[in-house]
Design a protein. Structure first.
Length: 671
């Protein structure tokens, strides 16, 4: 024993490779000894060296998992380790954790070979330990062992598969067996402990056990699903107002304790995800009860209301010392509640949910606007989650092509305005120029004015290029936020923009004004303008055209005329000039024309379609006049030589596409 203790100390404190290798050799010989099992038990019970105790536990675990070990031998080891865990209170925490984990692993290894009666007896013994008097070693060991056991049975990672020398099918069968018989009993104990307020020593482990139990029903193959369709047999324990109230009471009591409060919030988030729809998946047995955990939709709404009302106090009064974590977790809880409510589509909760989502969104946005340094990002993290919740609230109206109710329209107008302000402010700060970090926000937002008033306006001037970079990102962000993606589908106005079309119209006007100024600048001195900025202007204008062509009739003609004017100017002044290092802006102009025609032409009225055909005819004519064969041959890359020709042929194919012609024929007949 002394040799193993010295080797453990040397291995932990070894400063050279030789020292560690020598100690490792002694420990390896100990494991390979025929008496290793008995020696490990002696070492665990008699050694005062923590590292030696830890080595004894890991050795017992490895030896007991060998195929040659019988079920009865493994049960003897489990009994010894469990007795040692409950009777020894002086073990260091890392040794005690390894001991509990080893017991859980060995129980799982025997699980499929035990009879149903023996399984019940094992769980009964552990639950008796967990439900014994508080502040006793047996109580804490029982709760920790249940947590380790459920964690072990729920997962089937490659690491656990290798460690137990068993295939994945073994882990799946163990999971199914416990879900069929035993999991409900563990849940019942966890709910009982929470309802009766566990001791501070056991509180964290009880709530971690509840997290593991609720996560049991997470869909492993569906990363988009956030709702938990739990076993209907959990209804008597989980769907109880007293249980939810006890959790909120515990949170109020231990709110200032960072780790405990975080774990309790995770339980609340998972409870907000519990839905009445039961999914069948590969890991669920066919004979597991597959009904709803709720008696009726009204019962489901009542359950959501319990959590919603309990969370309102946290929503409105976040703890100053923990505001970031509380607010982000409450945003997650709100998203789960909204998603849960949407599965019911019950109007009873619609207005309160809309009100709270809007209120919390505005608080976060205003907080972000007041952050002068821009160093806090937690507001945006929480806001991203709330925007997901907002999309869930508005999705039913967009799907049914119905106008949203007044409450959503009013809330949307307020939230979207603040959201655009914050996003534009973040965009203006997304640069690496430390000298301008403290610049007034008004100057950052009005980046276009900086460009107009710059003293040099030369691409050789680093400060002017910096202004162009900021302007590029503002234009890029504007297109992403207010316009549809439009690829491969009929363009539609994003539902989040419908309530704020007046703001959108101003932004569209601003982008078109920038494009008009860009055209004039290129005509005067093309060598002083940035193709990088022109590229983004064309892309964003195309996106805006596609989305809002028929929404703003007064601007439709200006849009097309300005677009074609820009194409003509760019083709005339930047013909085959290289940029990054693709030949000039010409292919880009033609590509934007392709996108615009493909997305719009099939949906335009006959007169507007003919107008667009006329513009495209003039565009193609300009290209043919300005396209030089000698300039083309100067390009070394064969593929790049004909990129503009490929775009031209693509544009022609869109102009004569079958669906466009068919649509035009129908329109002509109806006129």
């Amino acid at each position: 024993m002394q040799a193993v203790e010295e080797a453990c100390l040397a291995f932990a404190a070894g400063r050279t490779t030789a020292e560690r290798q020598a100690a490792e050799s002694v420990l390896h010989q100990f494991k390979q000894s025929p008496q290793a099992h008995a020696d490990s038990i002696h070492l665990l019970t008699h050694s005062a060296v923590p590292m030696a105790q830890f080595h004894a536990v890991t050795t017992l675990c490895e030896l007991s998992l060998l195929e040659r070990v019988s079920v009865s031998q493994r049960k003897e080891t489990i009994g010894f380790l469990l007795h040692h865990a409950t009777s020894s209170s002086s073990m260091p925490s890392f040794v005690a954790s390894a001991l509990i984990s080893t017991i859980a692993i060995l129980i799982k290894r025997n699980w499929l070979q035990e009879s149903p009666t023996d399984r019940t007896a094992i769980l009964s013994h552990i639950t008796q330990l967990a439900s014994s008097s508080s502040n006793t070693p047996s109580n804490l060991v029982g709760i920790k062992l249940l947590l380790a056991f459920v964690t072990e049975m729920r997962g089937a990672s490659d690491k656990k598969t290798r460690a137990m020398f068993q295939p994945v099918a073994f882990h799946t069968s163990c999971r199914q067996a416990l879900e069929k018989d035993g999991l409900v009993q563990i849940l019942a104990l966890a709910v009982h402990l929470i309802t009766h307020q566990p001791s501070p020593q056991a509180l964290e482990h009880v709530y971690l056990l509840t997290v593991e139990l609720l996560q049991w029903f997470e869909a492993p193959c569906d990363s988009t699903s956030i709702l938990l369709a739990v076993d209907a047999r959990w209804k008597p324990y989980l769907v109880q107002a007293s249980f939810v109230q006890a959790i909120f009471q515990a949170y109020t009591t231990h709110r200032s304790h960072g780790l405990w409060s975080h774990t309790i919030r995770q339980v609340l988030i998972l409870l907000a995800s519990v839905t009445g729809r039961r999914r069948r998946s590969l890991h669920v047995l066919s004979n597991v009860v597959a009904g709803s955990i709720f008696d009726s939709p009204d019962h489901h709404v009542a359950y959501i209301t319990w959590i919603f009302h309990g969370a309102l106090f946290i929503f409105h009064h976040p703890l100053p010392s923990n505001v970031e974590r509380e607010v982000i977790d409450m945003c997650q809880l709100t998203y789960r509640l909204v998603s849960n409510w949407s599965s019911l589509n019950d109007p009873a909760l619609a207005d309160p949910l809309v009100s709270e989502v809007a209120r919390l969104s505005c608080l976060l946005l205003q907080s972000a606007l007041q952050d002068e340094e821009g160093g806090e990002v937690w507001q945006m993290e929480g806001l991203d989650v709330l925007m997901d919740a907002w999309s869930v609230l508005t999705a039913p109206f967009a799907t049914a092509a119905l106008p949203p109710p007044p409450t959503i329209q009013a809330a949307s107008a307020q939230v979207v305005r603040l959201y655009l302000q914050v996003r534009l402010r973040l965009v203006c700060r997304s640069d690496d120029n430390d000298a301008e970090e403290d610049e007034d926000i008004e100057l950052n937002v009005e980046t276009a004015n900086e460009r107009r008033t710059h003293t040099t306006k030369s691409l050789d001037d680093e400060s002017f290029r910096h202004v162009l970079d900021k302007l590029h990102f503002v234009i890029l962000f504007t297109g992403i936020v207010i316009a549809d993606e439009y690829k491969g589908e009929k363009p539609v106005v994003p539902c989040s923009m419908e309530a704020t079309l007046s703001v959108v119209e101003q932004l569209v006007h601003g982008v078109l004004t920038l494009l008009a100024e860009e055209i004039q600048a290129v005509q005067v001195a093309p060598q002083r303008e940035s193709p990088y900025l022109s590229e983004q202007l064309l892309s964003t204008v195309t996106r805006l055209h596609v989305t809002y062509f028929d929404i703003f009739p007064s601007k439709s003609a200006d849009m097309v005329a300005l677009y074609c004017q820009s194409a003509t100017v760019y083709l005339s002044h930047w013909t085959l000039e290289t940029f990054q290092p693709v030949p000039s802006i010409v292919p880009l102009v033609l590509k934007c024309a392709c996108d615009f025609v493909e997305a719009n032409l099939a949906y335009l009225s006959l007169d507007k379609a003919m107008d667009l055909y006329g513009h495209c005819d003039r565009l193609i004519g300009t290209f043919c006049v300005t396209n030089s064969v000698t300039q083309r041959s100067a390009i070394s890359d064969d593929e790049l030589q004909f990129e503009d020709m490929f775009m031209l042929l693509t544009l022609l194919s869109h102009l004569v596409a079958k669906d466009v012609i068919d649509f035009a024929d129908d329109t002509a007949n109806s006129v």
